[in-house]
Design a protein around this ligand. Structure first.
Ligand SMILES: *Cc1c(COP(=O)(O)O)cnc(C)c1O
Length: 224
């Protein structure tokens, strides 16, 4: 399937599953290109995608260099502190801020404000990165001391399952937490965005109010 065909199908699904309080705005689709070639990423650009996501330093820099300048580049994976200096000023949105040591390093290396999502481990699975739901508010309050960090939203990766009720409960909990943070009116943390939903669960995430969905396999495929 061409990226264009996949994208059309995804957009139709987004329209059907849009949450009632989304004011007619569809979630932004981030084309996750970590499994595919530069050529396939360029095909996604031709198909109209402007948000791109990569989870490794090398792939991120390679795709960014190859794509036109009007793309928005998302770093969606966990970032090792020692690699921050090599990439932080190339990132438009960082989706995986999950620890103080990382925040500190970002603050030191960033030459401008970095838009960050705080990654939340909603399910509590030991294998997942992210701060627990209970720790989100104190973690975000702590981030105020880092002038280069702006918390624009929360991100989660749901467990891999087809239990829809369970997935919906995960997304709902993240949204409630987002609303709670937003209600604090913290100047460094407007926290308006929700990055949730991947190939197998983006429709459900959209119903629960996702503003960014991160789609790899269903959109551009998986080559390796
Ligand atoms: C790989 C990845 C995705 C996309 O996964 P698919 O299931 O291929 O859509 C989304 N988010 C993160 C953080 C990822 O690492």
């Amino acid at each position: 399937m061409s990226v264009k065909e996949n994208f059309n199908e995804i957009e139709n699904t987004l329209k059907q599953h849009m949450s009632n309080d989304a004011d007619g705005t569809l979630p932004n689709v981030i084309a996750v290109t970590k499994y595919v070639t530069i050529e396939r990423a360029q095909e996604a650009y031709e198909a109209g995608l402007r948000h791109f996501g990569e989870n490794r330093l090398e792939g991120f820099l390679e795709k960014k260099a190859a794509l036109p300048d009007d793309v928005t580049m998302h770093f969606i994976g966990s970032l090792q502190s020692r690699k921050v200096k090599d990439v932080i000023n190339e990132i438009d949105y960082l989706h995986a801020l999950d620890r103080k040591s990382l925040a500190k390093e970002i603050n030191k290396r960033a030459e401008h404000e970095i838009k960050c999502f705080v990654q939340v481990n909603v399910s509590g699975e030991a294998s997942k990165h992210g701060v627990s739901l209970d720790e989100v508010l104190p973690f975000i309050e702590m981030l105020e001391m880092y002038e280069h960090i702006r918390v624009i939203g929360l991100m989660t990766m749901a467990p891999y399952t087809d239990d829809e009720a369970y997935l919906k409960s995960i997304f709902k909990q993240l949204k409630h937490k987002r609303d709670e943070i937003q209600a604090q009116h913290l100047s460094h943390a407007p926290c308006t965005e929700l990055s949730m939903g991947m190939s197998n669960d983006y429709a459900l995430a959209t119903e629960e109010g996702a503003t960014f969905v991160r789609i790899g396999t269903r959109l551009v495929g998986k080559e390796e």
